[in-house]
Every structure is written in C-alpha cells, then in structure tokens.
Design a binder for this molecule. Structure first.
Ligand code: CP
Ligand code: NVA
Length: 322
C-alpha cells in the first residue's frame, strides 16, 4: 500500500496544518533569497496535460529556491499523450523522481497516478479541484486583513488567522467549476460563510457536495447576485469556460448576468477584497474597470502562489518536516 503524503485536495491537510502553512508562507515571503535546502537534490516532475503560466512557473521557481530540480513534462511530449496508461507512467516515473506535481482532467486520473507513483503528489489543478490556488487565495485575504489591523489577537499567530478567516463572508460568482469546488472544500475545513452566486440550473458536483458534508461543511447557492453580495468581505470569480470545456460556449450567455460589476462591489463591504486566480476574461466574468481597480491585490495573489506553494512543498516533499 502507498502510504506517502499527497496534496490532491484541501482535505489532505487538517485545519492546523493549513494555518502552519500560512505562518510558514509569511516567513518564506519575508526571507525570499535566504538559502533553503528543504528539497536539496530532490528531482520533482511537473506533468501537465493542460496549459499553465502561474502554476508551472511558480512551482518550478519554488523547487529551485528550495534546492531541488524541477523537470517539466507536457503530456504532449510524453507517451502519456499517445495513450500510455497513467498507472504505467506513474510506475516508471516513480523510479526516477522524488515527487510530482500534476495538472490533468478528471480527479480520478491524479488519484490513479498517486496510487501507483509511491512518492508524494501535489495537485496543480484538475477538473474538480485547484487546491494550491485556493490556499493561496485565502492566505492573501489573511495577509491583507492582518496588515489592516483587523486580525484579532496578533500575538497568537495561527489563532489570529483562524479568527480572521472564520468571520469572513466570501461570495463566489460564476461557473460551478474547479474554483467553486475548491471554495466549497476550503469552507468545509476552515469554516467561514460561503455563498456561490450562479444561475438557476447550475449546481455543485455531487462528489464535491458529499466531501463537504462529510467534513461538516456548509454553503449556500444563490441565484440573486445582488442579495448574495450584501456585506461581502471577499468577492471572487473565475473564467466561465474552463480548460477542456471549449465546446460549452453557450454557458457564457447564461453566466453573463453574474459578472462582477460595480453593482456587486457597491453592495459589498467598503473594504471588500476582490480575488481572481487568473487568467481573466475582461468584461466576461468581471467588468474591466473593476478588475483594473482591484488588480494590485490580484497580482499580489498571483505572486503569493510562489510562497504558499513553497510552504506546501516543504510539508509534502520536504526532507526536513516543517
Ligand atoms: N491560476 C492558475 O492556475 O493559472 P495558470 O493556469 O496560468 O497556471
Ligand atoms: N477554472 C479554470 C481555472 C484556471 C486556473 C480552468 O480550469 O481552466
């Protein structure tokens, strides 16, 4: 049996481990450039079956900064892309590599890989979840709120992160996709108010709901974006058409009214935080002027991928357990 530690969804970490990751991310961000050998001489493969800018580069740079060696493999160049089974690819690569980061389609595909790989695996996005992104997103909120002095008891460190996060109202607008699912999983583990504002007929995947229920998660789906956004601390969205869904263009018309525009922003709290995992489609899921106004935070969020993922890799791949 494969007993190694994986990060395939948020449920692979406890609440305390997530807060440890945030504290470590703060240190890694502040001390960027300081020698760190947590992944010294480790060979980490990145096997990507979909395009990527942020995930690929932030993980590759993060591995280098932790003393390891990234090896990027697009499935187009691997026999995997010509039909070699995932379980065979995993059993071969397990003999060369010390860990892997996978971006793929069905969650079952990464689970099969992890089952046969015998080394730790991190999810770099599947159709179901994007866990490294969602930890970065909530870390970014924690960072902003703790700097703005609304952190509760700062001296308690991790406790103050918990205090900030459990009092948040977070509203996600748009498609019931891997980002929506990731918010649902994060809510189940950390606990905060979560509303998913989406059109009638859109719903969260059955497995995602079941996973949330098993962990005591609670979220609401609203078809009214204005009432949903009332007093929101965080508003967030994602592309209407995700990678691999290019045939589903009719979704854009249905989702169109759920654009984040000034009506949404005005209804939220005055200090509302807007997040977007990027890439953004301006004037589709968010109005261009709203996006540009909030863009400093969105690009800070993108930059934070590096620091949070280094903390995740220390925990999952690291020789020295932090
Ligand atoms: N947000 C995100 O995962 O971006 P990439 O698709 O560029 O990796
Ligand atoms: N939902 C998007 C996220 C991209 C980072 C996709 O899967 O394409």
């Amino acid at each position: 049996m494969n007993l190694v530690r994986n990060f395939l969804s948020v449920y692979d970490f406890t609440k305390d481990e997530i807060y440890d990751i945030f504290l470590r991310s703060v240190v890694l961000k502040a001390e960027r450039g300081r020698k760190n050998v947590c992944l010294e001489d480790m060979k980490i493969g990145l096997i990507f079956e979909k395009s990527s800018t942020r995930t690929r580069v932030s993980f590759e740079v993060g591995i280098v900064e932790l003393g390891g060696h990234p090896i990027f493999m697009s499935s187009r160049d691997l026999q995997l892309g010509r039909g070699e089974p995932v379980k065979d690819t995993a059993r071969v690569l397990s003999r060369y590599l010390d860990g892997a980061i996978i971006r793929t389609f069905e969650q079952e595909r990464i689970e099969t890989f992890a089952q046969y790989f015998e080394k730790p695996v991190i999810n770099g996005l599947t159709d179901l979840y994007h866990p490294a992104q969602i930890l970065t997103d909530i870390f970014t909120v924690y960072e902003i709120k703790s700097k703005s002095g609304k952190s509760g008891n700062k001296s308690k460190g991790a406790v103050s992160a918990a205090d900030i996060i459990r009092n948040l109202k977070i509203v996600y607008f748009g498609d019931a996709n891997n980002m929506a699912n990731s918010w649902v999983s994060l809510q189940a583990v950390l606990g905060f108010e979560l509303i998913l504002a989406m059109p009638e007929g859109f719903n969260i995947d059955k497995t995602v709901k079941e996973n949330s229920e098993k962990s005591g998660g609670r979220f609401l789906i609203s078809n009214d974006k204005i009432s949903a956004s009332k007093n929101a601390d965080v508003i967030t969205t994602d592309v209407f058409i995700s990678m691999g869904q290019d045939e589903e263009k009719e979704k854009i018309d249905k989702l169109g009214p759920f654009i984040i525009d000034d009506n949404v922003v005005k209804n939220a709290k005055d200090d509302v935080i807007f997040l977007h995992c990027l890439p953004v489609h301006r004037n589709e899921e968010v109005a261009e002027d709203v996006f540009e106004r909030f863009s400093p935070v969105v690009f800070e969020e993108a930059g934070n991928r590096l620091h949070v993922q280094k903390a995740i890799m220390e925990k999952v791949f690291g020789k020295i357990k932090i």
